[in-house]
Design a protein. Structure first.
Length: 157
């Protein structure tokens, strides 16, 4: 007789994202997510995408109506003074880290990803500015460089 089959479990990615977000916020730092903009269902202003990725500030002061569930992230943010809806499927979140220290982690790949084809694609609206608006404290010039490749975080000392 063989061993019983291992039951399939839900993805660990949303749990890690929520835990790291809470840890970063509890330490008084600014949580950022690195997103693979090529994943179906990602909805961000297209001008914020660089090399197929976008870094988003998801601190309470930067977004409104932040929802983090097992499917992904949803919130409203101002881009160039215009409030826009942002949708990030969980499969698109590459890493979460603190802007000030660079501490965080790349999220592991899902062994059994379930594609979500019901989400809209990238938001084609032009005229938005950078995600970290310069009018907020700690603008984009203060941010550490995001990881260059998925799965690898830069060590900041």
């Amino acid at each position: 007789m063989g061993e019983p089959p291992i039951p399939l479990m839900t993805s660990q990615r949303p749990y890690l994202l929520r835990a790291l977000y809470e840890w970063i916020v509890d330490n008084g730092m600014t949580p950022h997510v690195l997103v693979n903009a090529g994943v179906p269902g990602v909805r961000v202003p297209t001008h914020t995408i660089k090399d197929g990725q976008v870094v988003l500030n998801i601190a309470d002061r930067a977004v409104a109506k932040l929802a983090m569930d097992n499917d992904g992230l949803r919130f409203s943010a101002r881009f160039g003074g215009v409030s826009q809806s942002v949708v990030i499927p969980m499969a698109a979140v590459v890493a979460v880290y603190a802007r000030e220290s660079g501490m965080g982690m790349a999220l592991p790949e899902d062994p059994n990803p379930a594609p979500d084809t019901n989400q809209p694609g990238p938001d084609p609206k032009p005229g938005a500015s950078a995600v970290d608006d310069d009018s907020r404290p700690g603008g984009p010039d203060d941010a550490p460089d995001p990881p260059k490749r998925g799965g690898h975080l830069r060590i900041v000392k």
